[in-house]
Write a protein that binds this ligand. Structure first.
Ligand SMILES: [Cu+2]
Length: 291
């Protein structure tokens, strides 16, 4: 092994050791590692999804360590060079068969029970305080706040839209949140359960915001439900994308959710309602954005 190869190998081993120890990666930093992993998110459900994901991850790591450990140990200590001779008299062992059947069954049941519990929780859309109809279309989203006259058309922001075009004079790196920003974000209150009624007017889309733990298909002719409650202490902006390949501009219909306090949400809804009532009385509706 050359000195360079040895140094690279040493760096890799060092990084792996730090990673397994749960420490920060020297080059990536904590945020870099977080970027590679599933996000914790800002809802109770997204946190539970994360915990379940990590549990499954460590179970897989444990299985890999045991399986590869036994395999490597066998390769080293029972190789022909050491004089190992196959035991041809051994045809089967009931004891071993019971063990290798029971252990995986117990592992699977142990993972399936919390997963099923979480699925039931994810699909509980009752007792929501805010209901919003989400309609996917080529290429954007329409949000209608049920019980009000407020509705928004949310499309890729002007800056991202320009930067994606050749010879526009604007480069992708010059745009903040390139392809992840919109003209009119969805505004929701924190600490309240928001129910989404998701559908589509043309092809299948999918509404996906990882931080909310929500990913639901928007299917023409069907209404799928999803709900989330953003933690009261986590107002902010959360971004997502259409995650069903829906055609030419599939990559250009992002989702942006603004989570604000319930009081700010009520004020915003009132203001939007007044603006849109006025607009519908005269010119075509043109909702204003909060951001
Ligand atoms: Cu789409």
């Amino acid at each position: 092994m050359t000195t360079m190869k040895r140094a690279t190998f040493g760096k890799l081993l060092g990084s792996l050791a730090l990673l397994l120890a749960g420490g920060g990666m020297p080059a990536w930093g904590r945020s870099g590692w977080d970027e590679l992993n599933l996000p914790h998110g800002v809802t109770n459900v997204s946190n539970r999804i994360y915990a379940l994901h990590m549990m499954a991850f460590w179970v897989c790591v444990g299985i890999a360590v045991v399986v590869f450990g036994v395999m490597i140990w066998s390769l080293i200590f029972h190789r022909k060079a050491r004089g190992a001779v196959p035991d041809v008299s051994l045809t089967h062992s009931t004891k071993v068969e019971v063990v290798w059947t029971t252990v995986p069954v117990l592992i699977l049941v142990g993972m399936a029970v919390p997963a099923a519990r979480l699925l039931v929780r994810i699909n509980n859309n009752t007792d929501s305080q805010v209901s919003i109809r989400v309609t996917g279309f080529q290429w954007g989203w329409r949000y209608q706040y049920l019980g009000t006259n407020v509705s928004l058309i949310s499309k890729l922001s002007q800056s991202s839209n320009l930067a994606r075009q050749l010879h526009s004079g604007l480069g992708p790196s010059s745009v903040r949140h390139y392809l992840l920003s919109v003209d009119h974000p969805l505004v929701v209150p924190v600490g309240e359960k928001v129910r989404l009624l998701i559908t589509s007017v043309d092809v299948i889309h999918s509404w996906w915001v990882p931080d909310l733990g929500v990913k639901r298909d928007a299917i023409p002719g069907y209404i799928n439900q999803a709900s989330f409650t953003i933690a009261a202490d986590r107002p902010g902006t959360y971004r997502g994308q259409c995650t069903e390949l829906c055609g030419r501009d599939h990559a250009y219909m992002p989702i942006v959710v603004h989570a604000v306090s319930p009081a700010a949400f009520e004020a915003w809804l009132k203001q939007q309602s007044a603006v849109q009532s006025e607009a519908s009385a005269g010119a075509p509706a043109q909702p204003t954005s909060r951001s």
